[in-house]
Design a protein around this ligand. Structure first.
Ligand code: CMX
Length: 137
């Protein structure tokens, strides 16, 4: 599948404003971008940790996937995002061919000008898995 690295860890929070003082004030990380991802019904805040990023996810609608996850008691890491080298579409097809249920049949836009696609956690050792690559210009 040509996984290049972990791109980011998605961390679900009720409120970015309430979570940031821990990440910035205690861990000393810096939030460098805040972005609404309308398609996913979340507001995101990004912090860099070496070459990996943390993506804080605050639901912007009660019917967003993150809101439902929080509502059911979800806490902390919500998903792991892997950067793929040969395209998200190809990686999704490869995963499907190996029996993995796809959440996204085709890549869709995510934060930071990335194209993203999710694999279902029931088929991925319980880890909601995102595959991502930079959008092509
Ligand atoms: N990690 C692990 N398991 C998860 C999960 C998560 N983040 N979210 C849900 N699940 C599990 C649930 O616990 C549930 O398991 P059980 O059947 O054992 O109870 C199962 O998946 C189904 O969950 P559900 O609550 O019934 O919710 P849905 O089926 O409606 O949705 C999912 C689950 C994964 C398909 C949905 O959350 C989804 O489409 N996620 C992908 C999109 C997303 O999360 N976007 C936000 C991030 C945006 C970004 O990074 O830009």
């Amino acid at each position: 599948m040509n996984i290049l690295r972990i791109d980011h860890l998605g961390i679900g929070v009720r409120s970015i404003d309430e979570a940031l003082p821990y990440f910035e004030g205690v861990l000393g990380l810096k939030c460098y971008a805040v972005e609404d991802v309308a398609d996913q019904k979340v507001k995101t805040a990004f912090l860099r940790v070496g070459e990996v990023k943390l993506e804080l996810l605050e639901p912007t609608s009660e019917d967003s996937a993150v809101a439902k996850w929080l509502e059911k008691g979800g806490k902390g890491v919500h998903h792991v995002a892997f950067a793929v080298g040969d395209g998200v579409q190809e990686a999704l097809l490869e995963a499907e061919g190996k029996g993995i249920r796809l959440i996204d049949k085709a890549p869709r836009p995510g934060a930071e000008q990335m194209m993203i696609g999710f694999l279902h956690p029931k088929f991925t050792a319980g880890i909601l898995t995102e595959l991502c690559e930079p959008q092509k210009p």
